[in-house]
Design a protein around this ligand. Structure first.
Ligand code: SAM
Length: 402
């Protein structure tokens, strides 16, 4: 289940060289400069060291480490606020006022914001902790993190007593994911919850769920595909709407385990799962093919971002190009896509329409909805102008000759 290569870190402690397995879910390279720190470390000093590239292996109280991480976050935010943020906001204000913003400025804002997020993540990831075999922390007041870590990172080899070192930030990600997996995400309009696993796209934006509930099914809808199923949410909607056979695919093994878990919880015997790059094999043609691809054409910077960013729109274009040959007569393709990429000028509407045509598909109709999530209302976000204009659409596409 571990999606990472085995890598190791080493450090000196009491004049002895220690080493441990390095775990990083964001693919950060193993740190080479590690010092030991404890509760005496001040936030200012930790911030200075982290910015210089020194990693700090925590030996103090578990909760104090969490507070130190928050203090580091505040320092990063303040610094960003003073430097990059000011530049970004200036450009964003210009954009909101529709002044002389060149077409290049908005994508630049987006890329700068991503760079700042990556830099934030690098700095915060310099606070480390060591876990014994079985993911046991020996830190004072440490909670039991073993279940969350096993679910997120897989089993470590207890037989060879493998200890590991990871960032507090990754540990917090695992603990947060465990919370979602236990409590689930209630899906408005559907009357049920789905249970995301670590590293699987969590459907926290529900605007498109209502579209999928409202849109009429094709006249014949015995077989449907859900391409890139994630938690299985869209397959669940189709099954609940009475489609007799739903075949869901995903490339990500975590998504397959997660959707399988959700289908089992709901006792959905009409849904089958396949690990596939896009379309399933050895199955009948589909009356309906649904896909909610990652919405932004940008390079994912870690495995956890593959559900959000689609470099060069590879999945989107691959899906469109392959859809027609998997469709039964009178079949329909439902593509769920937000136009945020268009507002960020990462993709144009003409380009998208051109890909439909190149794939032998035409638009039968389109349903639109406006997102209501927090970021679309946050006018302090440098990309507010783009985010507040976003529309999420369900494109119903059919072959030219239908
Ligand atoms: C934006 S998420 C959508 C998840 C889910 N359908 C939903 O609406 O909540 C995109 C999903 O596509 C999957 N994916 C990306 N590329 C894929 C490919 N080439 N083949 C199959 N699945 C893929 C990702 O792993 C992810 O689960």
């Amino acid at each position: 289940m571990l999606a990472i290569e085995k890598q190791y870190v080493q450090w000196h402690e009491n004049e002895t060289l220690h080493h441990a397995r390095w775990l990083s879910q964001s693919n950060q390279v193993p740190p080479t400069r590690i010092i030991l720190v404890d509760d005496k470390m001040t936030a200012d000093e930790a911030y200075r060291l982290a910015c210089e590239g020194t990693s700090m292996l925590w030996h103090g109280d578990f909760h104090n480490a969490r507070q130190l991480l928050q203090a580091l976050g505040r320092r990063i935010d303040r610094t960003n606020e003073r430097s990059e943020q000011r530049k970004l906001k200036k450009a964003a204000n210009k954009s909101a006022a529709n002044k002389s913003v060149t077409p290049k400025e908005i994508p630049n804002l987006f890329h700068q914001q991503r760079q700042m997020q990556a830099q934030r993540s690098r700095i915060l990831s310099r606070l480390l902790l060591e876990l014994d075999a079985g993911y046991i922390s020996q830190l004072r007041r440490a909670p039991d993190v073993s279940a969350a870590c096993t679910a997120a990172f897989g089993k470590l080899d207890k037989a060879i007593d493998e200890t590991c070192v990871l960032s507090f930030r990754d540990l917090q990600g695992a603990l947060g994911a465990e919370g979602w997996r236990e409590k689930g995400v209630p899906i408005t309009g559907l009357g049920l919850s789905v249970f995301p696993h670590y590293g699987v796209f969590a459907p926290t934006r529900h605007e498109y769920v209502q579209l999928l509930l409202d849109v009429p099914l094709p006249d014949t809808c015995d077989v449907a595909f859900d391409i890139g199923t994630g938690t299985g949410l869209l397959a669940i909607i189709l099954a609940q709407r009475g489609v007799k056979q739903v075949i869901a695919t995903d490339l990500n093994p975590r998504a397959l385990a997660c959707s399988n878990d959700n289908f089992t919880r709901l006792d959905l015997s009409t849904v089958q799962l396949q690990q596939a790059d896009l379309f399933p094999t050895d199955v009948p043609l589909a009356n309906l093919i649904v896909c909610n691809p990652p919405w932004l054409p940008a390079k994912p910077s870690s495995p956890l971002e593959y559900a959000v960013y689609d470099a060069n729109s590879t999945m989107l274009r691959g899906f469109l190009q392959g859809a027609k040959q998997h469709l039964a007569k009178q079949g329909e393709v439902w593509l769920i896509l937000s136009d945020l990429a268009e507002h960020l000028q990462l993709r144009s509407r003409d380009e998208l329409l051109g890909w439909f045509v190149d794939s032998g598909l035409k638009v039968k109709y389109r349903l639109d909805t406006r997102p209501k999530h927090g970021r679309s209302q946050d006018n302090t976000d440098p990309l507010f102008a783009a985010r507040s204009a976003e529309i999420t659409s369900l494109w119903c596409l059919v072959p030219f000759d239908s």
